[in-house]
Ligand binder design. Structure first.
Ligand SMILES: [Ca+2]
Ligand SMILES: [Ca+2]
Length: 366
């Protein structure tokens, strides 16, 4: 067999094998979305669900569910559309606000519930809004996947104006790693106080590796602001067990205020670097007697009002101290797009989920 033929055969095999183990869905209605999740949960393949631009109403009370024994990966990506009569999902835009999971103030929104597995689970380019979960249904947006060892990736998601009557508004709990970038968690309310402060974050990410050093938390370029709890707490809660924690270019502001905007809980060990964050008032709280230093490096921006535009607009005002204040190449990277679906970096990357467009780019010049 000559070299050219063997390369062609190899390519054919690569395509054939990838097709054997990957399924792709394009959904344009709420029913199609849940049906795709149900199929993905049992097909023993890696899945991508492309979600057309629009508003999706979750099943009453319980929300959309991926309840699975499938150990493969699942990626759900919003922003798809058609153009000039082309097929659905033939083009993609990056703005997460255009593809909305909307609970209408009565339902929770979405949950990952695989019983185990190691494929990555990801949500990209989606908004989760107006969710309301009652006590027996759990958080509006959740991945309670305590036996899962894959990586959870949240990229360009917007979580806004949700209410939880019990537990956090957003809660991911896994034995794997969690990576959250360019995402917005704002104006959410929780009514919850079980007396355990690590379990009282409105936005809560837990990476609990039982042994070894896999897993970990990476949060880069997120905005977590104005989350409230009339019962006392509403901070960002990060729980790390036997893993590293990397925080870069995040802004946390106005989350509750009884204890802190940001609380980090470490059990057994904690390392990593924190670069160029504006964490508000923050605390690191040990859970056990075995902690190392947490983290190795902290370079915190000087405390300052982040100066959002205001009235529910969490982009940076022209005089924000967070403009041009980020770290360009942190561990975990910054991605290509900000939370408005625009290029992530102009000059030096800004702190928070939104890149300031600059004077030149105002008034329709974009
Ligand atoms: Ca699957
Ligand atoms: Ca910039």
């Amino acid at each position: 067999m000559n070299t050219r033929r063997s390369v062609a055969l190899l390519l054919l095999l690569v395509f054939a094998s990838s097709n054997l183990h990957a399924a792709s869905f394009c959904v344009t209605t709420s029913t199609e979305l849940q049906n795709a999740l149900t199929s993905a949960a049992t097909n023993a393949e890696d899945d991508t669900i492309q979600v057309q631009i629009g508003t999706y109403t979750p099943p009453v009370q319980q929300g959309f569910i991926y309840g699975s024994t499938d150990t493969h990966a699942l990626s759900i990506v919003g922003g798809y559309g058609s153009f000039m009569g082309s097929a659905p999902c033939s083009i993609q835009v990056m703005n997460p606000e255009l593809t909305r999971i909307d609970g209408g103030g009565t339902s929770r929104l979405f949950s990952f519930r695989p019983l185990g597995g190691a494929g990555d689970l990801s949500l990209t380019g989606l908004s989760f809004v107006n969710g309301h979960s009652l006590a027996s249904y759990g958080p509006p947006l959740a991945g309670d996947i305590a036996d899962y060892s894959g990586t959870v990736r949240l990229e360009r998601i917007v979580v806004r104006n949700n209410v939880s009557d019990d537990m956090p508004v957003v809660w991911f709990h896994t034995r794997g790693a969690i990576v959250v970038r360019n995402s917005v968690f704002v104006d959410n309310t929780m009514y919850y106080d079980n007396g355990v402060n690590w379990n009282n974050g409105a936005i809560q990410f837990e990476s609990r590796v039982v042994s070894g050093t896999a897993g970990g938390l990476t949060l880069n370029n997120n905005t977590v602001a104005n989350n409230r709890n009339p019962l006392g707490y509403a901070h960002l809660s990060l729980y790390i067990q036997n893993g590293p924690i990397f925080l870069a270019n995040n802004v946390m502001h106005g989350n509750g205020a009884v204890d802190a905007d940001t609380l980090v809980f470490m059990e057994y060990s904690c390392w990593g670097t924190w670069l160029n964050n504006s964490l508000g008032y923050w605390l690191v709280v040990p859970i056990s007697d075995h902690e190392m230093h947490c983290p190795n490096t902290v370079q915190e921006l000087p405390p300052a009002d982040p100066r959002f535009i205001g009235n529910g607009d969490y982009r940076l005002a022209d005089d924000s101290p967070l403009i041009e204040s980020g770290a360009n190449i942190p561990t975990g990277g910054i991605g290509d797009w900000d939370a408005a679906g625009k290029p992530r970096r102009i000059g030096t990357v800004d702190v928070g989920a939104y890149e300031h467009r600059g004077i030149l780019f105002r008034d329709g010049f974009e």
